[in-house]
Every structure is written in C-alpha cells, then in structure tokens.
Design a protein around this ligand. Structure first.
Ligand code: SAH
Length: 379
C-alpha cells in the first residue's frame, strides 16, 4: 500500500466517506505524496504524454493564435500572458520562443503561471530561464489587465464530484474504506438546490445507476477566469478531453501509458475526468463572457495552419526528421489519436463572430436548422 493510501484510509476512518473530488485532489496534490507533488510524471518516460511534449508546433500554433487575438483586441501593450497548470513548462517555453519572433508585445508582457505544485513551479522556472515568470496559486492575484492565456489539460485535473441515480433520485457518490480496500458507495440524496442539480445538461430521463459529474473547483476557476476576461479583455484557449454533455462516469487513471484502477496506485497514477464544456460555457455566459466552441483539436490546428507551418519546416536533406515531424502532426491532428477526443474552446468577452480556428462553427450556426449538425463531430 502506498503512503498516500495509508493516509487516505486514516482520513476516511476519522471523517467518514469522502467526496470523489476530495479523493482526486488528495491523490494529485497531497503535499507530501500527491502525484503532481512527488513524482516527475509526464513526457515519453513518464506515465502519459501531452500535446506540447509531442511537438513544439503545438505551442507555435497557439502563440500564432494569441498574436492574432492580441491584434483583434487593439494590440494593448500593457497586458499579461498566462497559463494554468503548465506542467513541465514546455508549452510556456515554446510559446515564449514564438512570441519573441512574431509578437514582441506578448514577449515583453509579464508572464503569470497558475501552478499549485511547488515541484512543477521549479520545473517551469527552469524551462523558462532566464525569463522569470510570476507564480500564483490563486487567480485573485492576477493584475487587472487584458490577458492572453492558455489552459492545456488543466481543467481535467481539477477534482470532480459524482452523483448516482438510485431509487428515483440523485445521490452523492462517495469513497469509503473497508478492510484495507477503497470502494465507491451511495451517499445521501442530493438536496434540491445542490449545484450538481443545476447543470443545464442533466440526462432527461435518468435510469438506475446513471452517473453525473460536477467539478466545484473547475467551476470556481472558470468563474474567476470568465470575470477577468469579461472586465479586462483578452482571451484564454481551453484545451482538454471534452464531452458534449454531463452523462456518465468519466474518471480515468493512467499509469505507465496504460489505464489504471482509480482506487489503486494513490499518488502513483494520474487521475483526470472529461471536461464538461457545456457547463463551462454556461458559467462564462453568467459572468458576461463568451466561450466559443469547442471544436476538435485536429480541426482547430489545421484551420490555424499547422500543415503550412510543417511544410515550411520540412528539410529534404533530413528524411528521418521529416518523418518524425509528420508523425508528430498526425498524433496531434488525426481523429484516431488526439485530434478528436481533445477539444479547443476560446474564452473571450461577450460578442459575436468566430476567429480563425473556430470558423467551422460559423458554418455550423448557418446550418443550425439541420439537427444532424453536431459541433462535436467536426474533426
Ligand atoms: N499543461 C501541461 C500539464 C497538465 S497536468 C501539459 O499540457 O503538459 C495539470 C497541471 O495542472 C499540473 O501542472 C498540475 O500541478 C496543475 N494543477 C492541478 N491542479 C491545480 C490547481 N488546483 N491549481 C493550480 N494548478 C493545478
């Protein structure tokens, strides 16, 4: 048993069964034994690989997108760049390298990183040296300025609660500990005003055993980011595994590039959930902002020109390098790999129109009369 499992058993013995989001947060961020606070985790040698670790082209395309957005907002000189949950700092570094070449204002702007793990803060500082970012753990520390930001595989790591439909009503789903084992259990029925009941997209006709999810932490962060963008301007790209609705149990654990049991390997496996973009969009709207999309990652990257950029990088003298480049692009773009399951959305102040990368939504809105039209099928 891991030290963290031992700690969790004692915690549950003392305080009773644990909400799923607390369990997830302890597994990821427990100060001594959490997954993000103790072991170096991703990259080819870690447990899983993220888009920026596949190719620098990913960061270049996002930086090019920010450059366009910055111009759309009147090219403010007094602005911020921002990333939520930068992991090893690879994306932040690649984007800064690209800003230096194409967007001097963004390169000169202060860089704010929201990062809870001191170990990852160190890795990010090393990746960005000699540039010095400002680390924050609370979004209320962001200065009141226009902000150009990104959150890649960040919302999926924020704790999620679950409810299960049982005997005609929704009950909280909890984790308990029995004879040295963890197990899910059905808790008390959800009160009428419970936030989990307020999602716009609950299953219309739930059946016994159906599960829904709700991320209190994700909602709090989305509220703060949306309020910032609504009042200060700018935009934030949110990229994650996305689901079109709030149906089903989306929790998943990954260890050594393979799926693992959620209730085993505490602190030794990554645990994430699929992000409910419909709910994020609802929150943005309530705060006076607008979430554009999501569109499939493959579609977005192709629309902002990853193919053209790759052509420019090809080198006839280096066929092996060319093959590696094409393989990396295939991994980012192809629907069978990351291109479809991953979605890209853009948080901007309330308004109209669709920037590059999201133009397919404009076509979709023109065809709104067509019920076959599913914005989640655009890869
Ligand atoms: N964006 C990176 C890594 C994603 S992993 C990439 O694409 O490679 C999730 C990241 O979010 C880690 O850096 C983790 O430490 C951070 N994180 C998780 N929960 C957080 C929280 N509540 N506040 C701030 N950072 C958090």
């Amino acid at each position: 048993m891991t030290q963290l499992a031992d700690w969790l058993h004692r915690e549950i013995a003392a305080n009773g069964p644990m909400p799923v989001s607390d369990y997830m947060t302890h597994c990821l961020l427990h100060e001594a034994h959490g997954y993000y606070t103790s072991t170096p985790v991703f990259g080819a040698e870690g447990d899983f690989i993220t888009a920026p670790e596949i190719s620098q082209l990913f960061g270049e395309m996002l930086a090019a997108f920010h450059t366009h957005l910055h111009q759309l907002f009147g090219a403010p000189t007094d602005c911020l760049t921002f990333e939520a949950g930068p992991g090893r700092g690879t994306l932040a570094k690649d984007m800064r390298t690209a800003y230096r070449a194409i967007a001097p204002h963004l390169h000169q702007a202060p860089c704010y990183l929201l990062e809870a793990s001191p170990q990852f803060q160190q890795a990010q500082a090393a990746a960005l040296a000699p540039d010095v970012p400002t680390f924050i753990t609370d979004l209320s520390d962001l200065p009141a300025k226009p902000l150009f930001g990104v959150a890649n595989e960040f919302f999926d790591a924020l704790g999620v609660n679950q409810a299960i439909y049982h005997q005609g009503t929704w009950h909280e789903r909890l984790i308990h500990s029995q004879e040295g084992q963890f197990a899910f259990m059905i808790g008390a029925p959800l009160q009428d005003g419970h936030p989990m009941r307020q999602s716009s997209n609950l299953p219309p006709a739930p059946e016994e055993g159906d599960i829904i999810e709700h991320s209190p932490h994700g909602e709090a962060i989305m509220t703060q980011l949306s309020t910032h963008i609504a009042y200060q301007g700018g935009g934030i790209l949110i990229i994650d595994y996305g689901k079109p609705d709030n149906q089903g149990d989306s929790l998943q654990a990954v260890k050594d590039h393979k799926p693992a049991d959620i209730l085993s390997y505490q602190g030794e496996a990554d645990i994430t959930h699929w992000v409910d973009f419909a709910r994020l969009s609802q929150i943005a709207h309530q705060c006076g902002a607008r979430l554009i999309g999501p569109v499939a990652q493959g579609r977005f990257l192709q629309d902002v020109g990853i193919g053209t950029r790759a052509e420019a990088l090809r080198d006839p003298a280096n066929p092996a390098g060319d093959r590696a480049l094409l393989a990396a692009i295939d991994r980012l773009v192809s629907p069978a790999q990351m291109g479809h399951a991953f979605k890209v959305a853009l948080l901007v102040p309330d308004g109209e129109g669709f920037p590059p990368g999201f133009a397919s939504l404009e076509d979709a809105s023109l065809e709104d009369a067509n019920p076959e039209n599913d914005k989640f099928e655009s890869a």
